[in-house]
Design a protein around this ligand. Structure first.
Ligand code: PEP
Ligand code: MN
Length: 299
């Protein structure tokens, strides 16, 4: 649901918009919220969500389809994995589940899995850094069932590129007449329930950062003027030990939420390892450290 300025929990006029996701409001001036979960859903997602719920987490992430840099890398369990995720979310009281959709067919698949599982929380459909495409952006704008999170691309030249992509979502599908004139049609509702996500940029060849991607925390403040911004320190960091400094650096720019990859970790007696992005997963035992950082930041 998109709030009007007067209905905002801050009471006053807000320049940037506020969005309600689950029971939380996200936006400039409001506490930064955690969105935690595995990079990719695996068969153990139920236990992971149970343990996240024990830590009070209600907003999660878990990929069903994963774009990969190698053709032989695990691409996610698709709708089967989605069913594990939504059944677990339903069973452990998760209010929000976030999932990457790579093309327009995935929107229908998400709908089907949701209806089959009976999950009645919010599903945020996100556009990933590698698979952004204009038909998908427009299709996300044409529907109002799922809030959207728009991750910027790996090589986006600046926030202007992100704002341009944002317009494809807010406009949705448009029509031009035979002479090539744009026909403005406001009769169909467009989705304006949109988050933006800062996730790091491709490094120059001779970069000396130890992180997987170049950190771009200054984009947070610039984008936050337009929509609530989610910081993804996991993909910037690339390694678990770098997630902490990247998170700290990013929090200084006041994101509305942080989305962090979590898995069982090296202490897991069953030795379960994340099928995707294991090197950057924060062990579930360290979730309190994330929450403590957010509590201090929000105080
Ligand atoms: C992810 O969040 O798991 C992911 C693949 O992100 P990105 O598209 O930013 O690389
Ligand atoms: Mn990942």
């Amino acid at each position: 649901m998109m709030a009007s300025a007067s209905a905002s929990p801050l009471g006053g006029v807000q320049k940037a918009r506020l969005i309600q996701i689950g029971s939380e409001w996200l936006g400039l001036g409001l506490p930064c919220q955690p969105i935690l979960g595995p990079c990719t859903a695996d068969i153990h997602v139920g236990e992971l969500f149970r343990r996240l719920a024990d830590h009070g987490i209600t907003m999660t992430r878990a990929g069903w389809w994963k774009p990969r840099s190698g053709a032989d890398s695990f691409p996610g369990h698709g709708s089967t994995g989605g069913r594990w995720v939504l059944d677990a979310a339903r069973d452990y009281g998760m209010e929000v589940v976030s999932v990457e959709v790579m093309d327009t067919s995935h929107l229908d698949a998400v709908r089907r899995v949701r209806d089959d599982s009976g999950f009645d929380g919010t599903i945020v459909c996100w556009v990933g850094a590698r698979t952004k495409n204009q038909p998908l952006l427009r299709a996300l704008g044409d529907q109002t069932e799922f809030p959207v999170m728009l991750k910027h691309g790996l090589a986006d030249a600046g926030v202007e590129v992100v704002l341009n992509d944002l317009e494809f979502v807010t406009r949705g599908t448009q029509r031009w007449d035979d002479s090539g004139n744009l026909i403005l049609d406001d009769s169909t509702p467009k989705n304006d329930n949109i988050l933006l996500c800062v996730r790091g940029l491709e490094k120059p060849v001779h970069s000396d950062t130890p992180h997987r991607f170049d950190s771009n925390p200054d984009w947070i403040g610039k984008l936050q003027k337009h929509r609530p911004v989610v910081l993804d320190p996991s993909h910037i960091a690339g390694k678990t030990r770098f997630v902490w400094p990247v998170l700290e650096e990013g929090l200084a720019h006041r994101p509305s939420a942080v989305m962090i990859e979590v898995h069982f970790g090296p202490g897991d007696p069953k030795r379960r390892v994340a099928l995707c992005d294991a090197a950057q997963a924060v062990p579930i035992d360290e979730v309190p450290r994330i929450l403590e950082m957010l509590a201090q930041h929000n105080a």
